[in-house]
Design a protein around this ligand. Structure first.
Ligand SMILES: CC(C)(COP(=O)(O)OP(=O)(O)OC[C@H]1O[C@@H](n2cnc3c(N)ncnc32)[C@H](O)[C@@H]1OP(=O)(O)O)[C@@H](O)C(=O)NCCC(=O)NCCS
Length: 216
């Protein structure tokens, strides 16, 4: 499936199967956005690159046979279940290279000071400059609101630009009802492209330019 940004074709949007699309789409329509009261956040300090660096160590750990079981314990809040694939679905998509042979599918556990708090998946076509995606990212319901999500998105971006020096843009799809995640992406410099994901008909966000280059 082709993706167009600002009138320019930038590549294939990784295509999800209709079953998964239905699963997520139907639930998205039923679930209103939730803005829960936020617990106290961990101390943060300013960074020369413009992103807050939290006083904790966030690491992305590639998922393999030694650690994949940690995925089963991760879950989002009930009202968030429409916003992201269940961890097992994400892992399966990576295993079968759901988005095509041209794409690298990289599933990661998110570790905060040694505790597994979430997962993120990167799907990229390394042959070009624009077709780089954060496919899924989530923080376990019990760990949300502590700054892990922000730090994990930054770490995922950093992983992409370090692994793929050719990358000039990172994209993701964020459902309209997912206002918390959208606020996070906008605050990091993502902008709406004006295009919708052809599978979900939900907005695509893109980060490029200096806000991305800061992470190289
Ligand atoms: C989106 C998600 C990853 C954020 O993780 P988190 O650890 O709770 O986020 P953080 O504590 O780092 O907060 C980062 C930003 O998210 C937004 N946010 C997160 N929770 C919020 C809430 N309850 N109310 C308002 N804003 C919220 C704010 O913009 C916040 O910015 P701040 O640091 O200035 O407060 C997490 O809520 C999640 O896993 N959601 C379910 C799965 C999902 O929606 N994934 C994204 C798919 S596109």
């Amino acid at each position: 499936m082709r993706v167009w940004v600002a009138g320019r074709q930038i590549g294939h949007r990784p295509h999800l199967g209709s079953l998964e699309s239905e699963f997520l789409g139907a639930r998205a329509r039923r679930c209103p956005a939730i803005r829960a009261a936020r617990p106290l956040r961990m101390a943060a300090s300013g960074s020369s690159v413009g992103y807050n660096r939290l006083a904790m160590q966030i690491r992305l750990i590639p998922i393999d046979r030694s650690n994949y079981r940690a995925l089963w314990r991760l879950q989002v809040k009930p009202e968030q279940q429409s916003f992201v694939s269940p961890p097992a679905w994400s892992l399966v998509r990576c295993y079968v290279k759901a988005f095509g042979e041209a794409y690298e599918h990289l599933p990661h556990l998110i570790s905060a000071d040694g505790t597994i708090v979430g997962f993120s998946t990167i799907v990229c076509d390394p042959h070009g400059e624009q077709d780089y995606w954060i496919d899924d990212i989530m923080i376990d319901a019990t760990q949300q609101g502590r700054g892990y999500g922000r730090a994990a998105v930054v770490e995922t971006l950093r992983t992409i630009v370090k692994r793929y020096p050719r990358c000039r843009a990172v994209q993701l799809t964020c459902f309209r009802a997912n206002t918390n995640a959208a606020a996070l992406y906008l605050s990091l410099g993502f902008v709406k492209t004006g295009e919708n994901d052809p599978v979900f008909d939900e907005p695509i966000y893109l980060l490029r330019g200096s806000r991305l280059d800061e992470l190289r």
